[in-house]
Design a protein around this ligand. Structure first.
Ligand SMILES: Cc1cc2nc3c(=O)[nH]c(=O)nc-3n(C[C@H](O)[C@H](O)[C@H](O)COP(=O)(O)OP(=O)(O)OC[C@H]3O[C@@H](n4cnc5c(N)ncnc54)[C@H](O)[C@@H]3O)c2cc1C
Length: 398
């Protein structure tokens, strides 16, 4: 095993670290409290991330990206989330399309890649969840009675999509969407779900309610509506009824990246706790000298180190191991999200009364960290899927 980062990886990690510390973190807390989502949306930071090449990092160099691998995205995702988790999620969601680019029809790919890389505000979204179908599309997709009700029908050689989604990250602000719709309702999702590329400007597309969340407030989630929305055959990704193959790619790469975001917010809580514990004096000494506080800090460090290690291991497996073991990503996301929440909780305790005051950073970290216990698949469902993979013998042995 060799954990040495390449010079390029180290350089991009440092670039992201400086950007997050100098430009994201100083404004994040004030932004978080803005009530109007349109004012809260961090377009200025998105543009800066584009100028630094971070938003378009995994896209091909020929179009202005850097062709970054999953490990590099995890390094950058962790740094951005130290600055602000919601902002990191906006960027991370936009990386996801890069993971399925080879599945997108070629002329369409060229056309959208150029726009995506050139436009500093171009964000993307993946729309699967609906009010009647949350965990079910994560774990129980073999049941045809599942209430994923967005449907697409073929009419005169074009696909007509009707239905709605909710909770979609970047929902109200994306330029391009991957939308999952049923093309054969008699079949389960594995056999009857199709992925479509839907440009925002398509007639019949509209954004519904923007959900107000307690955490990740610099990331916007919303409902999306599709009313007799028409797309040509070439907008089908990979082929009819193949959304589950696409999702497999999104899952394998997306899970370690989401987990890296979690480590970022946990690390922010840890770093601020260390600073505070070195300065705050009670009982005649700095609180870091009290063993009860020191032990909490040590536990935070253990959690972060183990979470980062499983993320790097998973990222390596995504880039190098065939067949990829999906339980790696599930385990990484479960562990990292719980470590992040635990770091924020311990941070609140280390800050004492200040922990819950809006003037100190901890209450925001606690709100932010809470979002990933269920976002990207609830930890309960990911645990069930992990256990099932071991029971079935499909998880890799140690
Ligand atoms: C911040 C955020 C961002 C999101 N972004 C996106 C996005 O970009 N795109 C997208 O498509 N979706 C997105 N989602 C949706 C997300 O994937 C779902 O919220 C998640 O899968 C859970 O679904 P649910 O909210 O309907 O909860 P439910 O499925 O209703 O779950 C409620 C509770 O029941 C448990 N449960 C449910 N079913 C079972 C079962 N069979 N066995 C045991 N326990 C069970 C769950 O673990 C949970 O504790 C986002 C959600 C959030 C919160």
């Amino acid at each position: 095993m060799d954990f040495t980062l390449t010079e390029e990886q180290r350089a991009i990690q440092m670039l992201a670290r400086d950007f997050a510390r100098e430009e994201v973190e100083p404004v994040a807390a004030d932004r978080d409290r803005i009530t109007d989502w349109q004012e809260r949306m961090p377009w200025d930071l998105t543009e800066r991330a584009s100028a630094l090449g971070l938003r378009q990092l995994p896209y091909p160099e020929a179009f202005g990206g850097a062709g970054a691998d999953v490990l590099t995205l995890c390094l950058v995702g962790e740094e951005l989330a130290v600055g602000d988790l919601g902002f990191a999620v906006n960027i991370d969601q936009t990386w996801k399309l890069a993971h399925i680019l080879d599945k997108v029809n070629e002329p369409l790919r060229e056309q959208w890649l150029k726009r995506l890389c050139d436009d500093p505000r171009f964000l993307t979204a993946i729309a699967i969840t609906e009010p009647g179908c949350g965990s079910d599309h994560q774990g129980y997709f073999d049941d045809p009675s599942i209430q994923l009700n967005t449907r697409a029908e073929k009419k005169d050689g074009r696909w007509v999509i009707n239905g709605m989604k909710h909770y979609i990250s970047n929902g109200p602000v994306a330029s391009l969407y991957v939308v999952a719709a049923r093309t054969d309702s008699s079949k389960n999702l594995r056999e009857g779900l199709t992925g479509f590329l839907v440009p925002r400007e398509t007639e019949g597309f509209s954004v519904g309610r923007v959900h107000e969340k307690v955490g990740q407030r610099l990331s916007m989630n919303s409902e999306l509506f599709f009313e007799n929305l028409e797309v040509p055959e070439e907008n089908v990704i990979l082929g009819e009824a193949r959304m589950f193959e696409i999702r497999g790619k999104l899952l394998s790469m997306g899970k370690p990246e989401a987990a890296a975001n979690c480590v970022g917010v946990g690390r922010a809580a840890f770093e601020k706790s260390i600073e505070y514990a070195r300065e705050r004096v009670q009982g005649g000494k700095t609180i870091i000298e009290h063993q009860a506080v020191a032990a909490m800090l040590a536990d935070m460090a253990v959690g972060l180190e183990t979470a980062r290690t499983i993320i790097w291991r998973t990222a390596w497996a995504v880039d190098h191991q065939e067949p990829y073991d999906f339980t790696l990503g599930w385990k990484a996301k479960i562990h990292a999200s719980e470590v992040a929440f635990d770091c924020a909780r311990k941070g609140v305790e280390i800050f004492g009364g200040a922990g819950i005051m809006q003037a100190a950073p901890m209450e925001k970290y606690l709100r932010d960290a809470s979002t990933f216990l269920h976002s990207d698949g609830t930890n309960q469902i990911l645990r069930l899927r992990t256990a099932k993979a071991y029971a079935d013998g499909t998880a890799s042995s140690f």
